[in-house]
Design a binder for this molecule. Structure first.
Ligand code: FES
Ligand code: FES
Length: 81
């Protein structure tokens, strides 16, 4: 897989969830079966997870289409895919 390859669209809507403080690993490749988090399925895709550090409890909208310009968060790009 080359650098120009696109990630897999896991879903065309974000994963909205309340998170406790801590470190999370967002799946950038789109192949994880544990979306929106990495499960190691990116192996061989050229993509890797993105670490997200949450300092205080909050609700976030993770990008599941993997095409957001504001990764790991949804920026509405999924509506154009
Ligand atoms: Fe997608 Fe790890 S499974 S980045
Ligand atoms: Fe990817 Fe919204 S789910 S931009």
């Amino acid at each position: 897989m080359g650098m120009d390859d696109q990630p897999t669209i896991a879903d065309k809507k974000p994963a909205v969830m309340k998170l406790e403080p801590g470190d999370y690993w967002w799946c950038a490749c789109g192949k994880s079966v544990n979306q929106p988090f990495c499960d190691g399925s990116h192996k061989g895709t050229g993509f890797g997870p993105q670490k997200v550090t949450i300092d205080e409890e909050k609700t976030v909208a993770f990008c599941n289409c993997k095409h957001s310009a504001n990764q790991p968060f949804c920026d509405g790009t999924h509506a154009k895919l």
